[in-house]
Design a protein around this ligand. Structure first.
Ligand code: FE2
Ligand code: FE2
Ligand code: FE2
Ligand code: FE2
Length: 447
């Protein structure tokens, strides 16, 4: 595909892009017939617009120039209209829990796609690390969905994504200080790395916010509400991890430019890969609006900081576009080699390398004081008690034998040092130190 540079496009004036109420309220998708990845793109772009909104608000709160704040307010109004329009593509008859399956499927397949094309080893490790956690969330929510609604989770994910445990959610609760990675250097990081960090941070933040809001709105059971609370805490951890990778030295206007460039890249990717005609038109319209935002951000950067856009984005050409697709073999290879890992300080390490007095254990002892009260475990336990074995959708047995027993939920893996799979790989993930790329059919990954 030939390269595309959004800085070379002719922008519309921002005022020409306001939308009326009928445009803001589109015809929702049909939940039975719409492709799961179309639903995933909708969740992704809703989260991207949320990030645009909250970035702009924080910028405005830290800005002393009212002319600049008026410019931000103008663009922000369109971002808000876009968010409204995209979020109401979700139909009324799709439940909170069905929509949750889309959130976790997006987390799995978006993270996999980004990790596969990520050139920076540190960022790729961070992606692979959280990938297994969202993958496990998909399994826990799927069991709840089948148990409480009798809806087939495999149908919801279209058979594109496996549903089976990975690093058990109970093992993902770590001491909060163990959720910060070193940040990348914007001067040396590739544009793909910067895009990937921004995209995944916004997506995880959207998931965190969604669970923060819906835990109290879930009306089917206390167990379900508790599951949203628990998994919401892991999403909080994911946001801390991903946002810590962002270069913290960028100025507000440099960040604004990068945000608008990311929106252009994502809508352009959505346009190119969308199979639903009506929704593809919507992505195209949003893309045109984002071109206007990008050029506005470029002008503001020049006016207020005297910088050209090339100083932030040296070559404006889009890198390889983002295409959501199945990643079953890739996820299997990551499960096989990294499920037994945890985070300690800024490093990802096998759990068995922790010292007995590392804070991971103290934190685990408090939050998981009684294993039977941990919702992510209780939901599987309840399912097994009622149906004999858990709900899974697998194309082959789980890649590690510790997770193959469907009649007993494993609460020890990656939590008890004696339960570390033999295939777990050791890796120093301190910046620039990684030398452990593993070849898979789909290319290299490192742990
Ligand atoms: Fe936007
Ligand atoms: Fe998740
Ligand atoms: Fe997540
Ligand atoms: Fe924008």
């Amino acid at each position: 595909m030939s390269s595309f540079n959004p800085f070379e496009e002719k922008p519309l004036p921002i005022e020409k892009t306001f939308m009326n109420w009928d445009t803001i309220y589109p015809c929702p998708y049909n939940k039975e017939t719409t492709d799961p990845y179309t639903k995933c793109r909708i969740v992704l772009m809703n989260g991207t617009e949320f990030e645009a909104q909250w970035f702009s608000r924080n910028f405005s709160r830290h800005c002393t120039d009212n002319d600049l704040r008026r410019e931000l307010a103008l663009v922000r109004r369109i971002e808000q209209q876009q968010q409204k329009r995209i979020s109401c593509l979700k139909p009324k008859n799709e439940s909170i829990l069905e929509h949750t399956i889309t959130y976790e499927q997006l987390a799995v397949d978006l993270t996999s796609v980004l990790a596969k094309q990520e050139p920076d080893c540190l960022v790729r490790n961070a992606l692979n690390f959280a990938l297994l956690e969202d993958f496990d969330h998909l399994y826990r929510y799927s069991n709840l969905l089948d148990y409480e609604y009798g809806i087939c989770p495999k149908k919801l994910v279209g058979g594109y994504t496996e549903i089976t445990p990975a690093r058990p959610t109970i093992s993902e609760h770590r001491y909060p200080k163990d959720s910060i990675f070193p940040y990348v250097n914007n001067d040396t990081a590739s544009i793909l790395t910067k895009l990937n960090i921004g995209i995944i941070t916004a997506a995880e933040q959207q998931t965190m916010n969604y669970y923060m809001n819906v835990a109290s709105l879930y009306d089917k059971s206390d167990l379900g509400r508790r599951l949203y609370q628990e998994i919401g805490m892991i999403e909080e951890q994911h946001v801390s991890q991903y946002e810590s990778l962002k270069d913290t030295t960028a100025t507000w206007l440099e960040e604004l430019l990068m945000h608008e460039y990311t929106e252009c890249y994502l809508y352009y990717s959505c346009m190119q890969t969308e199979c639903d005609k009506q929704i593809r038109c919507l992505w195209e319209e949003c893309f045109v609006q984002e071109i206007a935002h990008l050029h506005k951000a470029k002008d503001l950067l020049c006016k207020y900081e005297g910088k050209e856009w090339q100083q932030v984005i040296p070559c404006g050409d889009f890198p390889e576009l983002l295409c959501l697709r199945p990643n079953i073999d890739y996820v299997r290879s990551v499960i096989e080699t990294t499920t037994g890992n945890t985070q300690l300080g800024e490093c990802i390490v096998p759990l068995c390398t922790l010292q007995a007095d590392d804070p991971f254990y103290c934190y685990q002892d408090v939050v998981n004081e009684k294993v039977c009260r941990v919702a992510s475990h209780a939901v599987i336990d309840r399912y097994i008690n009622s149906k004999g074995c858990d709900y899974r959708f697998e194309v082959a047995p789980n890649p590690i034998c510790e997770l193959q027993n469907r009649r007993c939920d494993n609460t020890e893996l990656a939590r008890n040092p004696e339960c570390t799979p033999e295939s777990t790989q050791v890796c120093g993930t301190t910046k620039g130190e990684c030398s452990c790329e593993i070849q898979t059919e789909e290319g290299p990954f490192c742990i």
